[in-house]
Design a protein around this ligand. Sequence first.
Ligand code: FAD
Ligand code: UDP
Length: 400
Amino acid sequence: MFDYLIVGAGFAGSVLAERLANGSDKKVLICDKRPHIAGNAFDYYNDEGILIHKYGPHIFHTNSKDVFDYLGKFTEWREYQHRVLANVDGMQVPMPINLDTINKLYGLNLTAFEVEDFFKKVAEPCENIRTSEDVVVSKVGRELYEKFFKNYTRKQWGLDPSELDASVTSRVPTRTNRDDRYFTDVYQAMPKHGYTRMFEKMLDHPNIKIMLNTDYREIMHEIPYRDMIYTGPVDSFFNYEYGKLPYRSLEFRHETHDTEQFQNAPVVNYPNDQPYTRITEFKYLTGQEHKKTSIVYEYPQAEGDPYYPIPRRENAEIYAKYKALADARKDVHFVGRLATYKYYNMDQIVAQALTEYGKIVGMKRKEATLYKAPTEKMTLPMRVLSKVNANGKMAATNAG
Ligand code: FAD
Ligand code: UDP
């Protein structure tokens, strides 16, 4: 009898498996329909011996010390600050848009103060910022919006920015200084030996059994368990009772080139002229030295594996109905990006999973992160233990 059947061995499922096994001495079966652990963060050495991310670039960044310290129990870190160039007007310029982006794009020599005035002049004031178009146009005006955001977003989501929640393009800031880092979080680092290795350590516990290539529906009636933790798509769990929740998919084209370096930045975005959104060169992310280099192109798709929940009102309304069904299922915990239909980064999913574990054991997240259940022996009062030692057996009446 397992205490938990966990569906999905990505961040949500693996963090909960680790906490329940290691923190609470529960017996856990974790299954994934894919042939590997680590979910979308899965990385591996390709035929050329280069460490690549199968499902596109995964860069770890967080402001949460709890999350960073928690994952740090399973990996060493390699400091890494991510940088992105955007291919616009035949040039490659820093993205997010900053002082250097504007100077290079328009052949100017503005200072940080002057670029602030520049943005004020071109920005279109917007009283009520609702959509992903509003966010950008109200900050940098229509021309920059069209060069950097409009087509990228249409390609990535199959929707115009005016049809998407403000939260989508709000992920990318605008800067008046020369900071060209993609993220400004306090902790920015990559697992030194890769994500998969980190997951292997997380799941390495005698109470955790792993079944790969296994859809939970194949085993849920065969293997006894008490509760389920479900991290797959929520609409699929309920057999699409309220219709399909839209998820955006991607096709990845991996290539290895016989050259040490392919491009001038870890990621180059192609907002306008290509069918793909971006190209990532993995050696920048991993720090690996190799005489060849591996890259990946991302082609957004409507159909295929679900990768991105699509943040817009219509979808939130459908999700709210599924959430009501999910909340009513006391025997199933819904956790993760697909199960809670949230456009969350890895650190947010780890935080969500730790919070869920906290709820299960009745503790605040921080305590739950550190919590390790005492072993059975330690929970017994000392006098009982000495009785056991003396007599060689334990009488229930002595339990005190
Ligand atoms: P997943 O990793 O999707 O895991 C869910 C697992 O459930 C999957 O392995 C799936 O196979 C399994 N599953 C589903 N249905 C079933 C079933 N019926 N039976 C058995 N198993 C099932 N985040 C960042 O912080 N930084 C980044 O740079 C970043 N880049 C990203 C780039 C791309 C292209 C994508 C798509 C995402 C990126 N993310 C990034 C987000 C990150 O991938 C997610 O936040 C994180 O992986 C979510 O973890 P999860 O466990 O919720 O889901
Ligand atoms: N975006 C854009 N142009 C860019 C980069 C991002 O229009 O050069 C928009 C686009 O809608 C994208 C969103 O901002 O989906 C969030 O970008 P992010 O890089 O965070 O996307 P992710 O890494 O999650 O795919």
